[in-house]
Design a protein around this ligand. Sequence first.
Ligand code: FES
Ligand SMILES: [Fe+2]
Length: 416
Amino acid sequence: MTEWASLSRETQSPKARTMTVDILSDAFFDSLSSAAAPIEHAETLPPACYTDAGFHAFEKAAVFDHEWLCVGREAWVANPGDYFTTHIIDEPIIVARTRAGELKAMSAVCQHRAMLVAEGAGNARGFVCPYHHWTYGLDGSLIAAPAMERTCDFDKARFNLPTFRTEVWLGFLFINFDPDARPLSPRLTALTDALAPYDLAAAEGEKPGAPGVYPWNWKVMFENNNDGYHANRLHQGPLHDFVPSALATFPPLPPDTAGYLRFNGTTHRDASFNATQRALFSVFPGLSEADRHRMIFANVPPTLSLVVGPDLVIYLIVRATGPESLEMDTGVLVAPGVMADAAYGHKMAMAMAAAMQIVGQDLHVDERVQRGLRSRFAVRGRYSWQEGAQSAFNGWLTPRYQAAWARRRNGEAAPR
Ligand code: FES
Ligand SMILES: [Fe+2]
């Protein structure tokens, strides 16, 4: 999957936007309610939500510090000692499987002088910081710190790597920086039910290669992933026409949902993104006839988007890195056993050739949307009914923004 990285875009923004007018005010947050209105009445978020460094700092505390963040697949740490590293909102992360088989997520930041204690992925007995060889267990506990015997009041137990909560949903591994966050899965029932026939926990796929690096706000990426309106417009042509915008439907969601989805009917059974427009791999075995005549576009903000077809799931792990930058891990999942097909690599190359073309069109738009959002002439736009997932996204975002702002105004502690 390393090809995805080749679609990375050079940063067009010459400088990070560090000089900003403070836009955060009661009036600003009140104005966000119109983004979460029913789609016929809704308007888009203010452009500053996508460009402003001050807003991004607020958003990190309001959203990213408390929501479940997808960091990978549980299968990437299948065996004791397996680990991988990643990062999101400037936090370097290690995910590891302990000798006892427990899943652990922790900061990669050495508690001595902040060197990162691990990089890449592999299998290890623990983590030895390369700088001065402080040694941590797979659970983050500090096991050894050389030549510290003369250091007064040095209590090794106080220098473990900070650990984070983990949760696995359909094989996707999430972390949460908030120790008091509510569990995720009970608030994903709409997605869990829709995706049950695909049995994604058992689905297989290689760990993605290098991430794509993109110069736009994470919400621009999410909104593109959400967007059924552009499907047979931007992507008009033989690789995409079988999934027309007019066949988009938006199922009702529970009030406290942590994710949302769109069904999009296809013009024929077992359709898939490649030049044949047909499934190249065995379809997921549990699918109904209805499943075989549609695709599902599911989102668990602020990090995970799924493009679900009868034979192939593409997952996108969006990792915000700044107000106008992100990284994205792009992986694929197929039904168990499919990867054993001798022609698997050839078929996947066909599928990826089509996906790269489609994704390339999206990335071009994303880049230029971000440029547009920086303009003084960018406005709060209006939506088509085919953009129902955008108001679902706004309905997830704006109460979080507004609640965090209210708490800040009231001088309350961090949101729970
Ligand atoms: S910074 Fe890690 S041992 Fe010194
Ligand atoms: Fe697209």
